[in-house]
Design a binder for this molecule. Sequence first.
Ligand SMILES: CC(C)(COP(=O)(O)OP(=O)(O)OC[C@H]1O[C@@H](n2cnc3c(N)ncnc32)[C@H](O)[C@@H]1OP(=O)(O)O)[C@@H](O)C(=O)NCCC(=O)NCCS
Length: 164
Amino acid sequence: MRKERVEFKIERAEEEDLDKLAELYLEGYRGLEEYSYTHPDDVRAYMRWLLKRDPEGIFVAKVDGEIVGFVAGDANWFSKREHRKVGAIHEIVVHPRYRGMGIGHALMERILEYFKDKGLHVAELWVGDENYNAIEFYRKLGFKEKGQYNYWVRMTLDLNHSKG
Ligand SMILES: CC(C)(COP(=O)(O)OP(=O)(O)OC[C@H]1O[C@@H](n2cnc3c(N)ncnc32)[C@H](O)[C@@H]1OP(=O)(O)O)[C@@H](O)C(=O)NCCC(=O)NCCS
């Protein structure tokens, strides 16, 4: 399904990127509002929360210096299901115009590498049960479904046996 190639760079996010990330989040979640914040104030508060959870854990993808995607990871998360610290992926969004070009995949590889550098063994995320595109995207990366809570599906990846 890959459309075309585009040159992009992955960098660590800075605090001054947060407004842009909030904008991108609102654009990226159009059509998936049942799983997302919709009020700009809530989205900005969420972005600040993400940065506070792990100031080193947000990476952005840039095309010609413009942010077109980001992943928000958290190397400080304690998973109640795993009974240990895991690398949590709280958020990933790629601008609709730049999807299918490998950007989401590259962001995920970067965050998984970060978790491994931190000595973590498992990556965990929760995805909306009807967000089929994202579920397929995570499966392609090796994530496995590990149960459901309300309309959220939990997926995990064993970092000791994943590629990259
Ligand atoms: C999920 C998302 C981040 C994927 O980003 P992306 O840059 O389009 O992903 P990539 O181009 O790197 O795709 C990687 C692989 O995932 C799979 N994939 C990606 N989007 C897919 C889709 N819409 N349907 C089926 N498979 C998909 C593809 O198989 C692709 O690999 P391939 O082209 O080699 O077959 C993007 O669709 C998005 O921002 N969605 C809205 C926000 C969201 O749902 N986030 C997840 C919340 S838990």
